[in-house]
Ligand binder design. Structure first.
Ligand code: ATP
Ligand code: MN
Length: 528
């Protein structure tokens, strides 16, 4: 669209060459013309980015009347003054004059009662395609009456000056709830677009009694809904794409008085070392026109080499949800019958599946544990623990207790069963043990969802008081109890004691705000 048409950025005072709601073909053409990427021989638009992951330390929330007492400051929620925001907005606006910009008008949220209209203004054509794939695309009628609630202005080539702009580096993500705007500069990582708006919904929805969640969701033949919470890399996307169940969404959902709705209209899957047999549906998206492939290396034939992690291990495929064959129409469903907390425990300690009591549910939700495998630095062989409250601390502006109370209430009302599933290591920690096979994890989850575990015996392990089923159809019994899976049970006990101590240490900062029964659900008899 040229300047002869009404300027869609007039309210911002930006005069630019604006492409309004461009489609897929157009965006491929722009992205290749602007040298942002190339089309892979298999179809996807393939791009490289300066940052290959999010920049959580460069995210700031404007502290003002609206947020002062409702945002939980500290941790990932860093305050900036309205002046800092206004100055950067002014600088960005001036920088944007006369440039070429892409605008997508999209929704966040599939439930019309709670969705917000987002005007996503981007410098990069590939971001515009990413946004088109990942957000909820309005129908023609909806577009004609589109209401823009929030604006995201994302200009990666605009870099802040940390000396004078009041931010930490040249990269910044500034969220302003009063102006309903997000400013992004310095980073080309497209995930900031989606996680920025996620943070907005996570702030707004609890005030309306809706629980916002960092989880995937799917629904079975008979309408039984399952949620899968977990930090990055624990399997939300992988395990929700189960051909026998309809996918609702792979990352961000809300739980209302009627059930679950997706915030998004697409998925964002990790594709490093993707195995076509274990994950056929996601593999197919790397072979489809319209997909965005981020930091995936193409071979000399232009074919994606999914085993090549030379740019990053965080290679990604972003695709509209309808690229997956079995999806829930409208991405809306009823109340969950089962909730799964996923953790990828690189210590090999937590059982591959266990059943949680109400108190343990709160304890695990507030803890938000996973353990990463050692990085590439020389000499580092130990996994490192991550405790990220609500399984998504960087995206949660409010106090964890608010989200925990909402979840407790919804679990209580719905009677949903809650499971803890370790998709990480078994038989020893990283280096000694092996990662749980996707087939076994799927078999365990399917057994839980189908009700097959309602009739089996459970045993209780002593370190976390977790209830472990003694049999699961299709899974060898010796992997069910992690202690049995280790060659040396004494070494297991030592590792389990160590991990239990890390849990208790981390939980201290929450004890004051929770019911004592929640803290007590984690035993401490092995304190010494
Ligand atoms: P993010 O929040 O970053 O999107 P995610 O929770 O969606 O993360 P996935 O993208 O599903 O995580 O990543 C899980 C990764 O672990 C995939 O690469 C998958 O192939 C691998 N994996 C290996 N074993 C398992 C298992 N038993 N269960 C689930 N995933 C497994
Ligand atoms: Mn995911």
């Amino acid at each position: 669209m040229s300047l002869t048409a009404p300027n869609p950025l007039a309210d911002l005072g930006i005069k630019a060459t604006v492409h309004l709601n461009p489609g897929v073909d157009e965006l491929y053409a722009h992205a290749t013309r602007l040298n942002e990427g190339v089309q892979a021989a298999t179809g996807p638009l393939t791009v490289r980015t300066n940052k290959t992951g999010r920049s959580p330390k460069d995210r700031f929330i404007v502290e003002d009347e609206q947020t002062k007492n409702s945002v939980w400051w500290g941790g990932f929620n860093t305050p900036v003054s309205p002046e800092v925001f206004d100055r950067l907005l002014d600088k960005m606006t001036r920088y944007a004059q006369g440039r070429e910009l892409f605008v997508q008008q999209v929704y966040a949220g599939t439930d019309p009662r709670y969705r917000i209209g987002a005007r996503m203004v981007t410098e990069m054509a590939y971001h515009s395609l990413f946004i088109r794939n990942m957000f909820v695309r309005p129908t023609a009628d909806e577009l004609a009456a589109f209401q823009e609630d929030w604006t995201v202005l994302n200009i990666p080539s605009f870099k802040a000056d940390p000396e004078t702009d009041g931010v930490r580096s040249d990269t910044f993500i500034l969220v302003n709830f009063t102006k309903k705007m997000i400013l992004v500069g310095g980073t080309q990582y497209a995930g900031e677009n989606k996680k920025g708006i996620f943070g907005v919904l996570n702030f707004l929805l609890p005030a309306q009694g809706v629980m916002p969640m960092h989880c995937s969701a799917n629904v079975g033949e008979d309408g039984d809904v399952a949620l899968f919470f977990g930090l990055s890399g624990t399997g939300k996307t992988t395990l929700s794409a189960d051909p026998s169940r309809k996918l609702i969404g792979d990352d961000e959902h809300g739980w209302t008085d009627t059930g679950v709705f997706n915030f998004e209209g697409g998925c964002y899957a990790k594709v490093i070392n993707l195995n076509p047999e274990a994950e056929p549906a996601i593999y197919q998206t790397t072979r489809t026109y319209g997909t965005v492939l981020e930091n995936v290396v193409l071979d000399s034939q232009g074919i994606p080499d999914l085993d090549d992690g030379s740019l990053t291990e965080n290679t990604r495929s972003a695709y509209p949800i309808d690229q997956i064959a079995n999806i829930q129409p409208g991405s809306l469903a009823g109340h969950p019958r089962n909730i799964v907390f996923l953790t990828a425990d690189a210590y090999g300690v937590l059982p591959p599946i266990s059943r949680l009591s109400r108190e343990q549910t709160m304890y695990q939700f507030i803890s938000g544990f996973t353990a990463k495998i050692p990085g590439t630095e020389d000499g580092v062989t130990e996994p490192s623990p991550t405790f990220s409250t609500c399984f998504g601390a960087p995206f949660m502006p409010r106090h964890p207790g608010e989200y925990a109370r909402l979840l407790a209430q919804k679990v209580q009302e719905s009677g949903a069963r809650v499971w803890l599933v370790n998709t990480g290591w078994s038989g020893g920690q990283y280096g000694t043990g092996k990662r749980m096979s996707i087939a076994h994890t799927r078999a365990m989850i399917n057994a839980a969802l189908s009700g097959a575990l309602d009739d089996v015996n459970f045993e209780q392990e002593p370190f976390f008081n977790l209830e472990i089923p003694t049999e699961v159809p299709g899974v060898p019994a010796q992997v069910l109890n992690p202690r049995d899976a280790w060659a040396d049970p004494a070494a297991y006990d030592e590792a389990a004691r160590k991990l239990a101590r890390m849990f208790r240490e981390n939980f201290k900062r929450f004890e004051e705000g929770v019911d004592p029964a929640v803290t007590a659900s984690m035993p401490n008899h092995d304190q010494n």
